[in-house]
Design a protein around this ligand. Structure first.
Ligand code: HEC
Ligand code: HEC
Length: 190
């Protein structure tokens, strides 16, 4: 009896493993320490990556690998991966649900950010949840502090960020609006 039970439990355990088995899942599990379980980050400077568009994820990782995009640490990280591994990581994370982490902020600041976000709408959607193509990330419920830092990178010529239009658009923001825009998107549930 007892050993049958053990076998059933073992079988159930095995049945539960496939979600976390296989080479891509093994690689992806190394990202959890920083990006959170299923790519939902606990912030504040660490971005959520689960549910971002596949092409966006792939672009970013390849640009890091090839030294085409600024990074403090991630570039070195991806030098060790093949293009195929990067592709399958992008596919894996893109299939996870996007889980916005809704962050509170002062209502005045959010209103200021909303007003300043008008020129962002065409590409990111009114609340950042409806990117107009697969190269554009979702930004509703992304971490405010992370987005603020990213925008400062796009705004600074000396920092290598390849996307010309994103650079141009963030540069047009008033300095005082950059953080407010980040807080506006961070506060959007959908
Ligand atoms: C040591 C911590 C750490 C680990 C491990 C890590 N990352 Fe990151 N990741 C970061 C940080 C920090 C950023 C923010 C960009 C920056 O400052 O370099 C980032 C940014 C990213 C971004 C850009 C997100 C966006 O919204 O643009 C992607 C994609 C990404 N990481 C994928 C991965 C994948 C896939 C793995 C696992 C193979 C991984 N990372 C492992 C720390 C980490
Ligand atoms: C022409 C389309 C377009 C416009 C307009 C635009 N964006 Fe973007 N945005 C993008 C694309 C594409 C990316 C990814 C760029 C890359 O690969 O570096 C991006 C990236 C971002 C990111 C980084 C997100 C992350 O996960 O790393 C933030 C934050 C952001 N945009 C905010 C804004 C804000 C705020 C505005 C308005 C001032 C704006 N964007 C206007 C297309 C656009």
């Amino acid at each position: 009896m007892k050993s049958t039970l053990m076998m059933v439990l073992a079988a159930a355990g095995l049945a539960a493993t496939p979600a976390l088995a296989g080479p891509t899942e093994d690689l992806a599990s190394t990202c959890n320490a920083c990006h959170g379980l299923n790519g939902v980050s606990v912030g504040p400077t660490m971005p959520s990556i689960g549910g971002l568009p596949e092409i966006y994820l792939k672009n970013v990782m390849l640009q890091w690998k090839n030294g085409e995009r600024y990074s403090a640490t991630m570039g070195r990280h991806f030098k060790g991966y093949s293009d195929e591994e990067i592709s399958s990581l992008a596919t894996y994370f893109s299939k996870l649900p996007w889980v916005p982490v809704v962050q509170k902020a002062d209502a005045k600041v959010i209103a200021q950010g909303k007003e300043a976000s008008e020129r962002c709408e065409t590409c990111h959607g009114a609340t950042g949840s409806e990117p107009d193509d697969d190269e554009t990330p979702k930004i509703n419920g992304q971490w405010a502090e992370y987005m603020h830092l990213e925008m400062l990178k796009y705004r600074t010529d000396a920092v290598k960020m390849p996307h010309r239009k994103m650079r141009g658009n963030t540069k047009k923001l008033d300095e005082a609006d950059v953080e407010a825009v980040a807080k506006f998107y961070a506060a959007q549930p959908k």
